[in-house]
Ligand binder design. Structure first.
Ligand SMILES: [Zn+2]
Length: 197
């Protein structure tokens, strides 16, 4: 499928730049670079587990995901991560450290670079479902639900290898203001327990 110059509207022509074939304008400097989109994901740490949201929108309706989302052009990624947390789980989150940076290859859409952070809730804030979520829940690391995105599963698997728990450790244990967010459905009853009682 042919593309057109965003500056002058002319049909773009193939050109080889640094060994890579791109589409470029014959009249001016416009080159159609295929850059990845930059997104964020945050593992929000509580003493009892991590915060996930169950999606109220496609893709992945009804499945669980980490809070996070796309970075705007004028945003520092950590600020974008905090903004997305506020939108998705209605709570102020401070990114505390980097988990990793991941390239997510896509064929039918621009690929993504996901920047994954550990984060902690600002004292006194309690997560609840934002407009794009059906509910939020707190999950222990050994009882995680099905994720909407394979990349989030990758991030959490990486997190589990090195769970710093820096944010959670800084919160006073059992304090009255400690965040509680667990939705009833987020608590999985072990199957064995269901059979015996
Ligand atoms: Zn042009």
């Amino acid at each position: 499928m042919g593309h057109f110059c965003v500056i002058c509207g002319a049909p773009l022509e193939p050109r080889i730049i640094e060994g890579r074939e791109v589409e470029a304008c014959p009249n001016d400097t416009f080159i159609l670079w295929h850059d990845p989109k930059v997104s964020t994901a945050v593992v929000v740490e509580l003493e009892r587990g991590i915060v996930l949201g169950r999606r109220a929108i496609e893709p992945g309706y009804g499945l669980w995901c980490l809070p996070g989302g796309f970075v705007n052009d004028d945003e520092d990624p950590a600020a974008a991560a905090a903004r997305e947390c506020l939108e998705e789980i209605n709570a102020r989150v401070e990114p505390t450290s980097l988990i990793g940076v991941y390239h997510i290859a896509k064929s039918a859409a621009p690929s993504m670079v996901v920047i994954a952070y550990r984060g902690r809730l600002v004292d006194g804030d309690r997560p609840s479902a934002g407009a794009e979520m059906l509910e939020v829940g707190v999950f222990e690391l050994d009882s995680l639900p099905e994720f909407a995105f394979p990349s989030h599963r990758t991030v959490v698997a990486e997190y589990i290898k090195f769970p710093a728990r820096a944010g959670a450790a800084a919160l006073p244990t059992g304090a009255a203001g400690a965040p509680r967010a667990a939705a009833p459905s987020a608590r999985r009853v072990p199957r064995r327990q269901l059979r015996t009682r």
